[in-house]
Design a protein around this ligand. Structure first.
Ligand code: MD3
Ligand code: FE
Length: 206
């Protein structure tokens, strides 16, 4: 059932399959309060992926850098609360992958339209690097690139489909990864979009 992509990285095809409609409804409710927006990188480029967040912290980028913030700079309000069904899904996936008790405090929500991509990067703005990241794919499929521990070559490619969940922990937590430009398509629930949820534990417990 689970596919080991790399040490500590578990792909669970269809793990969230039955929950896709309710997860999408929750995403759209979050986006009512904290709209999707195209962030600007420190280098001044506008990202092709649109993003929002829920939870006590949200990831943002601007000319000053990448960081987590308690307040959404677009609305000047706290990010919407993490829906209970998000927390439970993330914990269930982490439990099944050998990371018991996962308690994410941030959920970054990415929205990909036709041609949107995410270049190879590491996720290292979190203070707790012992906790995994749990990702959930919704809507159109995408090609995920996994680059290993160095930026250089792309070590492998995998197709991520709606309802797939991946848990990234252990040595894979700091692996380089990215998403190839989204192929145009039409999904019954998300239309021209792909959504991805990434659950993160930013703050380490005292
Ligand atoms: C491997 N998102 O939001 S999810 C991101 O599909 C991000 O939107 C992609 O990369 C997306 O930062 C990929 C898969 C993923 C997420 C986090 C990881 C893979 C990861 C962290 C470490 C290693
Ligand atoms: Fe990432």
């Amino acid at each position: 059932e689970a596919v080991a992509l790399a040490p500590g990285a578990w792909l669970r095809p269809g793990f969230a399959g039955g929950e896709v409609p309710s997860l999408l409804a929750a995403v759209l409710a979050v986006a009512e309060a904290a709209p999707f927006r195209h962030l600007v990188t420190p280098g001044g480029a506008t990202m092709s992926v649109a993003m929002t967040n829920c939870g006590s912290l949200g990831w943002i980028s601007d000319r000053r850098g990448y960081r987590y913030e308690q307040v959404d700079p677009l609305t000047s309000r706290r990010w919407p609360a993490m829906p209970e069904r998000f927390l439970q899904l993330a914990r269930r996936a982490a439990d099944a992958s050998g990371f018991p008790g996962f308690a994410p405090d941030a959920c970054l929500i990415n929205r990909y339209g036709p041609g949107s991509k995410l270049s190879l990067h590491q996720d290292r703005d979190e203070l707790d690097l012992d906790a995994p990241i749990v990702s959930v794919s919704l809507g159109l499929p995408a090609v995920f690139m996994f680059g290993g521990q160095a930026r250089g070559a792309c070590a492998s490619r995998h197709r991520l489909q709606s309802g797939d969940v991946v848990v990234w922990g252990g040595v894979s937590r700091l692996a380089f990864h990215g998403i190839a430009p989204l192929a145009a398509g039409a999904h019954g629930l998300t239309g021209e979009f792909r959504y991805n949820l990434t659950f993160r534990k930013v703050m380490s417990e005292p």
